[in-house]
Design a protein around this ligand. Structure first.
Ligand SMILES: [Fe+2]
Length: 197
C-alpha cells in the first residue's frame, strides 16, 4: 500500500511563520514519497537477494528513517490543529502530569532541556500503558532512540529546518518557546486517553 501525504488544518501560529510551516510540510511530503519509492524497490531487489544484498541492506536501513520522518511529522503538525488550547484541569493527562512532575511547567521545562540537546532529532514524550508512566526521550534523526511500542503523546521537532527560517541557526530556544505557545493540549489529551486504555 502506498502512503499518502496528509493535510493539516494549521492556523496562523505565533512565532512560527507560515513560510516556515509551508516549507516544513514540503519536507514531510518528501518523507512520504521516499518511503513509497523505497518500498517499491525492495520487492524488485528481493528477486535476487544474494546479488542485491548491499542495496537491500542500505534500503532497509534508510526506509525506517523515512517512515519515522513521516509519522513524527504527522504527530507534530497535528498538535497545532485547532489552535493553541490549554490543558484542562480535570483531564486524566493533567492528573498524570501532576502525579509525575508536580505541575505542567516542570514537564515543559524538562522537555525543553531534552529538546535543546545538541544535534538533530526530536524530543518525545511517550506513555507506557504497562507501567502507567511517561517516558521521555530524544530520537536522533527520525528513527533512532525511540522506546519501541510506546505511544507518543508529544513530538517536538528540533531539526534545524524547523526553526532556521524564523530564528537562524542559533535560535532553537526561541523556537521551542514558540512551539509550546502554539500547542493544542486537547489533541495531546486525546492521545493520552487512547494510550492509557
Ligand atoms: Fe521536521
Amino acid at each position: 500500500m502506498k502512503y499518502e501525504a496528509k493535510t493539516f488544518n494549521i492556523p496562523e501560529l505565533d512565532g512560527i511563520s507560515k513560510k516556515s510551516v509551508e516549507e516544513h510540510l514540503g519536507l514531510y511530503a518528501g518523507y512520504v514519497k521516499n518511503f513509497n519509492d523505497m518500498s517499491a524497490l525492495l520487492p524488485e531487489y528481493a528477486k535476487d537477494a544474494e546479488k542485491n544484498a548491499h542495496a537491500i541492506s542500505e534500503l532497509v536501513r534508510r526506509r525506517s528513517f523515512e517512515f519515522g520522518g513521516m509519522r513524527l511529522h504527522e504527530l507534530y503538525f497535528t498538535q497545532f490543529e485547532g489552535g493553541a488550547a490549554p490543558l484542562s484541569a480535570e483531564s486524566t493527562l493533567t492528573k498524570q502530569i501532576e502525579k509525575e512532575y508536580m505541575k505542567l511547567e516542570h514537564l515543559v521545562g524538562y522537555l525543553t532541556a531534552i529538546a535543546k540537546m545538541r544535534g538533530p532529532g526530536w524530543a518525545v514524550l511517550y506513555f507506557d500503558p504497562e507501567a502507567k508512566q511517561f517516558l521521555t526521550g530524544f530520537s536522533g534523526e527520525q528513527h533512532q532512540g525511540h522506546f519501541v511500542t510506546l505511544p507518543i503523546i508529544l513530538a517536538l521537532d528540533v531539526w534545524e529546518h524547523a526553526f532556521i527560517l524564523d530564528y537562524g541557526a542559533s535560535g532553537k530556544g526561541k523556537y521551542i518557546d514558540a512551539f509550546f505557545k502554539n500547542l493544542n493540549w486537547k489533541i495531546l489529551e486525546e492521545r493520552f486517553v487512547s494510550a492509557a486504555k
